[in-house]
Design a protein around this ligand. Structure first.
Ligand SMILES: C[S@@+](CC[C@H](N)C(=O)[O-])C[C@H]1O[C@@H](n2cnc3c(N)ncnc32)[C@H](O)[C@@H]1O
Length: 260
């Protein structure tokens, strides 16, 4: 894998959804090749603790998996993951949440990470080898078209990833399809602050090349309900810290597929 941020020239398709995915793959090269410090630094540790990970969650994980993570929360903390569960992480990046979940599912369980970016999946596989995590599998693929059987997983995670999909309703429908009855879905997402000035909201909607689809909290929750989920709720919500995100809030939402 190339160590520098190189721009691959994927052919233009003219399809806005495909153009967005191409942009995300290009952006992910930068994330996957970020330099990793020699050891856990206070800055990395503070960031991860601030996102809700515990020291136990991240201890002994490869530095590449934690330092190159680009999430905004800790979805595993809310997904009621039990030993023996199968867990799917949508837009897994370099795999931090897969490895946090791996510690919870034990040897009898299984974790699957899915990401659009071969560069992210390459990094995730390096960390898998370093950990000897035989029951973690990573696949290059699209979360709008999950390559898994119906009712095959107990919990689905997504951390700063689902908002990148052009058709978020389709992601929820796919998640509902592959979840077993009783299964949980936990997404850490950026939501649009409806109270932002109208001019700012208009500018966000008009912006080309943004990662997150501009959806309000109620639109996110409605998408989950429309896909068939029950117990749809917002667990946490806080302002985004970076200045470029002043009109966004960071939230964790949870939903459940009802038992038959
Ligand atoms: C901001 S990164 C977060 C990565 C990881 N969840 C973490 O917490 O570090 C977003 C990730 O979502 C992936 N992604 C975005 N849209 C996707 C899609 N339609 N299908 C699969 N992966 C997608 C990107 O390739 C990228 O790795």
């Amino acid at each position: 894998m190339a160590e520098r941020h190189e721009k691959r020239n994927e052919a233009a398709t003219g399809d806005p959804a495909e153009e967005k995915k191409k942009m995300i793959r290009e952006q992910a090269i930068g994330w996957a090749t970020r330099p990793v410090p020699c050891c856990m630094t206070p800055a990395v540790l503070d960031r991860l603790l601030g996102q809700g990970y515990t020291r136990e969650d991240i201890e002994r994980l490869p530095l590449s998996a934690v330092a190159r993570s680009v999430g905004i929360g800790n979805p595993s903390a809310h997904a009621e993951i039990a030993e023996g569960d199968t867990v799917l992480d949508l837009g897994c990046g370099v795999g931090i949440d897969c490895f946090v979940a791996w510690k919870k599912v034990g040897e009898q369980g299984k974790v699957i990470g899915l990401d659009l970016s071969p560069d992210m999946i390459g990094r995730a596989n390096e960390s898998k080898a370093e950990l000897g995590a035989a029951n973690v599998e990573f696949y290059v693929g699209d979360i709008e078209d999950i390559p898994l059987e119906n009712e095959s997983v107990n919990a689905i995670l997504g951390n700063a990833a689902v908002g990148g999909a052009p058709d978020i309703g389709r992601v929820f429908r796919e998640a509902f399809r592959v979840l077993k009855p009783g299964g949980r879905l936990v997404f850490c997402i950026a939501i649009l602050n409806e109270d932002a000035p109208k001019a700012d909201l208009d500018a966000i909607h008009a912006q080309v090349g943004r990662f997150d689809e501009p959806m309000t909290e109620q639109e996110w929750l409605a998408n989950a309900r429309d896909a068939g989920f029950a117990d749809v709720q917002t667990l946490t919500k806080r302002p985004a810290r970076s200045s470029g995100q002043k009109n966004w809030l960071l939230a964790t939402i949870k939903a459940r597929k009802t038992e038959r």
